[in-house]
Design a protein around this ligand. Structure first.
Ligand code: BEZ
Length: 214
């Protein structure tokens, strides 16, 4: 059983999907990525989740994020189910669903948790950076549909750290002040953060969200 931790290189794989064969790293290219598994096709919670992800296409595109889903069902099952998702969720599924019938990818990413279910994948989410490293891992139980607004919020936070040297405080929402990362000295912060910053403590420096005008 593979153990994947933050900072690890995302394991590469080639697999069939509802949109043809995918080589994961090639498919990601220079984008950020989300790989998420769901327990099975034709199940109610998954139907709402995949419909929601389809509706968030523009939000993911704005952030340069490509999304791919996975379950242990086959391509023809995925294709039939996609019709149901489109019909019931009033959307068009616009991302691939990996058909992991031999559980190769599920095992590579430790998505089967035998004490929860011996054969089906749990609701895993992996966020992958453009450098192909794992940035986020979340595991939900099968019975809880994911909060994709939270996923967008975390991606915003990850990108603020990657591109602007800031971290995000508890319960941060887009537009709120952020925290200057400890690696930046207060001397350097004067140049890096032209909007200024408040030094609440030497280790706690707050600044307006740097990329708000983008
Ligand atoms: C669902 O996807 O709807 C689901 C799957 C397993 C348990 C409960 C719900």
């Amino acid at each position: 059983m593979a153990t994947i931790r933050l900072g690890d290189k995302a394991p590469d794989f080639t697999a069939e999907s509802s949109e043809g064969k995918i080589n994961f790293h090639d498919w990601l290219g220079d984008s950020w990525g989300i790989l998420f598994s769901h327990p099975a096709d034709y199940t109610p919670v998954c139907t709402t989740e995949l419909g929601t992800v389809a509706k968030y296409k523009e939000e993911f595109a704005k952030r340069n994020v490509k999304v791919v889903a996975l379950s242990v069902d086959g391509v023809s099952s995925h294709q039939g189910w996609i019709k149901d998702i489109n019909e019931t969720q009033n959307t068009t599924v616009n991302f691939p669903i990996i058909a992991d019938e031999d559980r190769k990818v599920s095992e590579l990413y430790d998505m089967i948790h035998p004490n929860a279910d011996a054969t089906l994948t749990v609701r895993s989410v992996y966020v992958i950076g453009p450098d192909k490293s794992i940035k986020l891992i979340i595991t939900y139980p099968a019975s809880t549909g994911r909060n994709f607004d939270e996923l967008l919020r975390v991606i915003d936070s990850l990108q603020l750290t990657a591109y602007h040297k800031v971290a995000t405080p508890a319960n941060w929402q887009h537009g709120e002040d952020v925290v200057i990362v400890p690696a930046v000295s207060s001397e350097d912060a004067k140049d890096i953060f032209p909007k200024g910053f408040e030094e609440v403590k030497p280790y706690l420096r707050m600044t307006p969200q740097p990329n708000l005008d983008q």
